[in-house]
Design a protein around this ligand. Structure first.
Ligand SMILES: NC(=O)c1ccc[n+]([C@@H]2O[C@H](COP(=O)([O-])OP(=O)(O)OC[C@H]3O[C@@H](n4cnc5c(N)ncnc54)[C@H](OP(=O)(O)O)[C@@H]3O)[C@@H](O)[C@H]2O)c1
Length: 243
């Protein structure tokens, strides 16, 4: 897609109430992109949008939408709301996700289903709900996978399965959609300072990637020349703490 200038574009970010999704929303707003952020919780979605609008000086606006990625109808409704508010959808970022960790002996059925339903099926539902709008706009679909989508570790059975799935899913969708002029990329971060897995961002996270760094990465992708597509991006802290 031709996004050398991204001003006045329209983005939908799943799971934008906090963490990476919120950081990406802030970076896009700064560039004049109108943004919808979703959350399972309507109050959280609306509060995030209000904070973004109050803290960022931009002609563009943020709106908050309650939508659960585990529910396909809810994703379709979120896309509809964006189209009726802004008239189009240029950028869809499937970011919503969670982590449940434990060895196969301890991993519960509930935790397995929560991770797969949110991180993998939720990305599929988001893509499925947005694909026609993205074909119309010749837009951009970005997923937030993880380095856990290429590196496995003990205790990561559910999370690794979901993120290896997201990495493969996104690359296949990239091949499906590029003939329509729709760009598709997956970003695979290492540790990012967010609320993931009950973390509380603080000074102790200074070594981690910060949410504005992922925001900058998304802006760079959107501003990339139309002829070039970085389809799979690994990003990691430069200096992890020594063990
Ligand atoms: N932090 C890291 O180190 C790291 C590294 C690599 C990849 N990632 C990935 O980055 C993505 C974002 O995570 P984060 O680190 O920013 O975590 P976070 O701070 O916990 O934020 C997660 C976001 O996802 C939303 N969410 C969770 N379940 C949802 C659902 N069913 N429907 C809609 N929204 C939902 C949450 O909103 P509500 O709770 O308000 O519903 C929240 O906005 C995830 O896919 C994660 O796997 C994170």
């Amino acid at each position: 897609m031709n996004m050398n200038s991204i001003e006045n574009k329209v983005a939908l970010i799943t799971g934008g109430s906090k963490g990476i999704g919120y950081g990406v929303a802030a970076a896009l707003l700064l560039k004049g992109v109108n943004v919808a952020v979703t959350s399972r919780n309507e109050t959280a979605a609306k509060k995030a949008a209000e904070t973004l609008n109050n803290s960022i000086d931009s002609e563009a606006i943020a709106i908050g939408v309650a939508a659960d990625v585990r529910d396909f109808d809810s994703q379709k409704l979120a896309v509809k709301m964006v189209e009726s508010k802004f008239g189009k959808l240029d950028v869809l970022i499937a970011n919503a996700g969670l982590g449940k960790f434990g060895s196969i002996e301890d991993l519960s059925i509930e935790d397995w289903n929560a991770v797969i339903d949110t991180n993998l099926t939720g990305v599929f539902y988001s893509a499925k709900a947005g694909v026609e709008a993205l074909k119309t706009s010749k837009g951009y679909f970005i997923t937030i996978s993880s380095l856990a989508g290429t590196n496995f570790f003990a205790g990561g059975a559910a999370y690794n399965a979901s993120k290896f799935g997201v990495t493969g899913f996104t690359q296949a969708v990239m091949l499906d959609l590029r003939k329509y002029g729709v760009k598709v990329s997956t970003i695979m971060p290492g540790s990012v300072s967010t609320y993931f897995n009950n973390n509380e961002p603080s000074e102790k996270d200074a070594w981690k990637i910060q949410i504005e760094d992922i925001g900058k990465l998304v802006v760079d992708l959107l501003e990339m020349h139309p002829r070039t597509l970085p389809s799979k991006i690994e990003v990691r802290p430069t200096t992890p703490p020594s063990k």
